[in-house]
Design a protein around this ligand. Structure first.
Ligand SMILES: Nc1ncnc2c1ncn2[C@@H]1O[C@H](COP(=O)(O)OP(=O)(O)OP(=O)(O)O)[C@@H](O)[C@H]1O
Ligand SMILES: [Mg+2]
Length: 228
């Protein structure tokens, strides 16, 4: 049962968006997926409440309880766990990294955001965890910018994920309605980005994309009336 930690000291980097969508993609592929929300802002938990707790399941946990919560989830059949973490929080990020099989570091490909990931990069190096920087919310068509950003993060001793999650309006619309981009626009580019990065993540942790236990099913989700 892989556990993926999503960390970034920088606020608004796209942590919660990536955490929820990776778990949702796992669910869509037929796996029992869980998001553990360690952020006191409780954004992921709020999103779950907006969708009336339709899967993927989101539970909250203070960082010191993470190990116990994961053990409990494993006992209850969880097959794919994603930990969402707060910004500006060394101890929560550290607890998530310590317990994870893989660390993903969302980062906007801008100079200020790139510079800020050095702290996060040092943490994953210290704890010797496999980690990738995932560029989020950048221009969809800027290969040179991604190339330069990748070289920069490699200079910090981390590796850039070869897949990006570019700026797509679907993410903002979907999250404001308590939905995923796969539910909002199943054939859209954002949904495609997520399915691809989910499959890539599975490959990194050596796990099945789909479940061997049950067929994939779609979640039917109430359309909420929330604002972003
Ligand atoms: N690829 C994207 N395209 C467009 N908008 C995005 C994308 N990724 C995230 N966003 C938007 O950016 C905002 C911040 O994203 P998110 O809440 O996931 O960041 P975060 O790192 O979890 O923030 P915090 O540090 O406050 O927890 C949200 O409004 C979200 O919808
Ligand atoms: Mg967040």
């Amino acid at each position: 049962m892989p556990t993926i930690a999503i960390i970034s000291q920088k606020g608004g980097a796209g942590k919660t968006t990536l955490a929820l969508h990776l778990a949702a993609a796992a669910h869509d592929a037929g796996r029992v997926a869980l998001v553990i929300d360690t952020d006191p802002q409780a954004t992921a938990s709020q999103w779950a409440a907006w969708r009336q707790d339709a899967p993927p399941e989101v539970i909250d946990s203070p960082p010191p309880r993470l190990a116990a919560k994961i053990e409990q989830a494993r006992g209850q059949g969880a097959e794919f766990i994603v930990i969402d973490t707060p910004p500006h929080a060394d101890s929560a990020a550290r607890a998530a990294v310590e317990i994870a099989d893989l660390v993903l570091i969302p980062c906007r490909p801008s100079a200020f955001d790139l510079s800020a990931i050095q702290t996060t990069a040092k943490l994953v190096q210290l704890l010797r965890k496999p980690a990738f920087v995932v560029f989020t919310a950048g221009s969809p068509n800027a290969p040179r910018m991604y190339q330069e950003a990748s070289e920069l993060v490699e200079g910090f001793g981390t590796t850039a994920c070869p897949l990006f999650i570019p700026d797509r309006a679907a993410f903002r619309h979907a999250s404001a309605e308590g939905r995923t981009v796969m539910e909002f626009e199943p054939e859209g580019k954002a949904a495609d980005d997520i399915r691809r990065i989910y499959k890539w993540t599975c490959l990194q942790v050596g796990t099945l994309v789909g479940s061997s236990k049950k067929p994939a099913r779609k979640s039917s989700v109430h359309k909420g009336k929330n604002v972003a």
